[in-house]
Design a protein around this ligand. Structure first.
Ligand code: SAM
Length: 320
């Protein structure tokens, strides 16, 4: 079992943290070699041993360690509190930057739109019409009343991406999450902030700005399971708006594959437009024919792939 943990942490260091967070890379390599850190993780259930949760819990309890020795000291002194946070919390990273890759797809839908997000976390991706965007050749300012609070989301868009010239009209919005986070609760905000990796100060600033917007609007996110509770929410949406169901970085948490496929059938039965921005592994059947230049996430509208996107919405490559 220790080996399984070591392999997982080595993989995380090499494929996720390298180039993105030198601190997380060094901590992950350290955990892969450390008997005491692995013994600590073995006291937790298997689904609670992943690096993102472990490192965020350490930082939530004790601040950011300055290296592996400091990390060991923190685990030694505050291990019980860290384990408690890991039991109670999950990785619910809410990345408003993903709205920048959602926008070109939303803009092509006849509105006004009723937007329904499953796996919404604190609901920051429910506010694409309240942020500004900078695609280089096209720039959209945040709407009046949200400047200068709103973030301007930067996104590198390939030439053939159909960039919108105006913000979409969203007349109704709501989300579902297993555990909605509340932007008005300091503990939840602190957890959201801690989920941003230590060196990523631009992401942190963007998150804080988006939280500022969410505090003005308070997007409704209900507690529920996307496998059971989607239909009720879709029925709440106004009938004269175009209902759009979307999700991003969520369905990798939904297992087995059969549950994802049942969810897909359920969305289709609602008659809503469906936008999925997920790892291509989530619905391999939709991307099997796309063999070249795969990206981290695949954006699909009503099962049809439309673009490869970067995980935090920092780039979009439209498919021809
Ligand atoms: C990584 S976060 C992504 C949040 C947001 N979509 C974004 O892109 O910023 C995944 C979210 O999905 C939620 N989630 C996972 N499984 C779920 C389920 N079966 N039903 C509802 N929400 C779920 C988690 O609680 C978490 O808040």
């Amino acid at each position: 079992m220790g080996n399984e943990i070591a392999e997982g942490y080595r993989g995380f260091a090499a494929f996720e943290a390298r180039g993105a967070s030198p601190l997380y890379e060094s901590l992950a390599l350290h955990v892969a070699e450390s008997r005491s850190a692995q013994a600590f993780l073995l006291t937790l259930s298997k689904d609670k041993r992943q690096p993102n949760l472990f490192f965020a819990a350490v930082r939530h309890v004790a601040g950011t360690p300055n290296g592996p020795a400091h990390f060991d000291e923190i685990i030694h002194q505050q291990g019980d509190q860290i384990a408690e946070v890991m039991r109670l919390r999950t990785t619910q990273t809410n990345e408003p930057g993903r709205c920048a890759v959602l926008l070109p797809v939303l803009a092509a839908i006849d509105g006004p739109i009723a937007l329904i997000e499953v796996g919404a976390s604190a609901g920051l991706c429910l506010l694409p019409d309240r942020y500004g965007y900078d695609y280089g050749r096209v720039r959209l300012d945040p709407p009046k009343g949200f400047r200068p609070v709103a973030p301007v989301l930067e996104c590198a868009a390939c030439e053939n991406t159909p960039l919108p010239r105006h913000l979409p009209v969203i007349v109704w919005r709501a989300g579902i999450d297993l555990n909605p986070l509340d932007v008005d609760r300091d503990e939840d905000v602190r957890w959201l902030e801690t989920l941003v990796w230590p060196e990523q100060s631009l992401r942190l600033a963007r998150l804080r700005a988006a939280i500022g917007v969410a505090r003005k609007i308070t997007p409704r996110v209900v507690r529920g399971d996307l496998r059971r509770d989607l239909l009720d929410l879709v029925q709440d949406a106004p009938k004269d708006a175009t209902r759009v169901v979307f999700h991003t970085a969520v369905l990798n948490y939904v297992l087995p594959q059969e549950d994802r496929d049942d969810f897909a059938d359920m969305v289709r039965r609602t008659g809503a437009t469906w936008i999925s921005n997920e790892s291509p592994k989530v619905f391999p059947q939709y991307s099997r024919h796309l063999t070249r230049d795969r990206g981290a996430f695949l954006m699909a509208r009503d099962t049809r792939p439309v673009a490869w996107t970067a995980p935090h919405g920092q780039a979009i490559r439209w498919l021809r």
